[in-house]
Write a new protein. Structure first.
Length: 223
């Protein structure tokens, strides 16, 4: 068995180069990065953050739905890409994280832009209405597959669905990397990736960026 390797997706020298070129954040985003590092709270990796900014800047979403707020870092980051008057709905299961996220959102001056719903996303999503230009999945990886139908229901034609950590330290791609206690998560992530490619409503690509990202576009209906 291959030893569990935190750099299984991208070689360390590539990661070091990319992170050396990405412009650093300032203000509250920098503060949240430092807080996450100090308290060992997982937030999106720098390459993933830059990817979200690029995609958001291309599509200029009016409405974003996020699963997995954590301390509010990624929703605050994505808010800068919104169209005028745009809104973000983000979900967080952990009550302590939700409390911290709300305070960070307030400090960022985005309390009227970002709405945080507290609870298990797979239970909350069936009750969500509306249409979203962009959906970002960064919650429990084993639940992605259970949220896919709701994502497709909520995603506007032409909208983008992004999911983080889909290659899961290489375990999704290779049995030799799998840790026994992670088998269920890996099986469900493999099911999720396969389902994305199989859905005729979507055009999907998997990128070996950060811990692995899927990006899917909901196809517009042909006239």
């Amino acid at each position: 068995m291959i030893e569990y390797d935190k750099d299984a997706i991208v070689p360390p020298y590539i990661t070091e180069y990319l992170r050396g070129e990405i412009p650093p954040h300032h203000g509250i985003l920098k503060e949240l990065e430092e807080y996450a590092a100090e308290h060992e709270i997982p937030i999106i990796q720098p390459e993933t953050a830059q990817f979200l900014k690029v995609i958001g800047s291309i599509i200029r979403p009016h409405d974003i739905l996020e699963v997995g707020a954590a301390i509010g870092y990624s929703s605050i980051l994505m808010a800068d890409t919104l169209a005028d008057g745009g809104k973000i709905v983000t979900m967080e299961y952990d009550g302590d994280m939700a409390r911290i996220a709300r305070e960070n959102i307030r400090r960022a001056g985005l309390y009227d832009t970002i709405t945080l719903a507290e609870g298990d996303a797979k239970d909350l999503m069936p009750n969500i209405g509306g249409q979203y230009d962009m959906i970002f999945l960064d919650g429990p990886k084993a639940h992605y597959i259970y949220m896919l139908n709701d994502c497709l229901r909520l995603l506007r034609p032409g909208g983008v669905l992004i999911a983080d950590n889909v290659l899961y330290k290489g375990m999704t791609a290779d049995d030799g990397h799998v840790i026994r206690r992670k088998i269920t998560i890996v099986k469900r992530l493999r099911h999720f990736v396969s389902a994305l490619y199989a859905r005729s409503e979507l055009t999907t690509s998997v990128l070996p960026l950060g811990d692995g990202i899927t990006i899917s576009v909901k196809n517009k209906e042909k006239v």
